[in-house]
Design a protein around this ligand. Structure first.
Ligand code: MF3
Ligand code: CO
Length: 262
């Protein structure tokens, strides 16, 4: 499948899918507290998605057994929710989630602190989010994909962090994963030229230590090899001739961004 350009009608549906997901992320983020299990988070997220009349797109994707990927501390992505995994104060928890609205997919991730977290953890979360915004400065028609990737990498590495290179972002639309791949680091290729109407999920995964990761025996959970903390931040965006449109932000998030509060 090649890179798809969405029509005006498709863009409207992608916007709607994105808005719902933004709201679900916000509501789910407010529920996080010490003492709950990672399974509780998945159950709540699944319920919220279905309450909007949408379908969780991760559930059963390549056999993935839940609707929300819940990855704690050194877990990078694709953590499998578990009733025995209880969150405690000071943990950081990455929630990656997506949904389908009228046939169109949205995909976004946020990392939250559980209660009060260390300064190291808070910085990692904030800078991982910022690396996304550094990248999308270059997300406009005519630019090369590699300029987004390079900007994310440069920003994250300026703090000595490791940009995970074993996983990448992706195009998105009528499928969760479409072309092109969107790396968060330079690959030595310029990548495609961006065109108005492309929709991309850009998702930096950043380790406080080295970039290396390993897969756990469950064949899903990805953890940092050195055991360092890891954060994840993802939005679905629309390429336009001017500034990109971020489809998975709430109004509050969009305002915080505009006002330079982040
Ligand atoms: N946001 C994730 C990604 O695009 C989706 C996880 S795939 C699943 O890579 F199988 F875990 F659902
Ligand atoms: Co994704």
């Amino acid at each position: 499948m090649s890179v798809t350009i969405k029509s005006a009608r498709e863009i409207e549906l992608m916007r709607a899918a994105g808005k719902i997901l933004a709201k679900v992320h916000q509501n789910l983020g407010h529920e996080i507290k010490p003492g709950m299990s990672t399974w509780d988070i998945n159950r709540l997220g699944d319920e919220m998605i279905r309450d909007y009349g949408c379908i969780p797109n991760f559930l059963n994707y390549n056999g993935y057994p839940a609707s929300v990927c819940v990855s704690v501390n050194e877990e990078v992505v694709h953590g499998i929710p578990n009733k025995k995994h209880i969150l405690k104060e000071g943990d950081i928890v990455s929630l990656d989630m997506g949904l389908i609205y009228k046939g169109y997919h949205s995909d976004a991730a946020r990392t939250h602190g559980v209660g009060a977290v260390s300064e190291e953890a808070a910085n990692l979360m904030k800078r991982t989010r910022q690396s996304f915004f550094e990248g999308i400065r270059y997300a406009k028609e005519g630019n090369r994909l590699s300029s987004i990737s390079g900007a994310i990498e440069d920003y994250a590495e300026s703090f000595g962090y490791g940009v995970v290179y074993d996983l990448v972002g992706h195009g998105i639309g009528t499928h969760l994963h479409e072309e092109p791949e969107v790396p968060n680091f330079r690959t030595g290729r310029r990548g495609i030229r961006l065109k108005s109407g492309m929709t991309l999920a850009i998702e930096p995964m950043i380790n406080a230590g080295t970039p290396d990761v390993v897969w756990m025996d469950d064949e899903w959970t990805v953890v940092s090899r050195d055991g360092s903390l890891s954060a994840h931040y993802e939005n679905t965006i629309l390429i336009t001739e001017g500034e990109p449109e971020i489809l998975t932000l709430t109004e509050e998030e969009a305002a915080a961004m505009e006002n330079g509060e982040w």
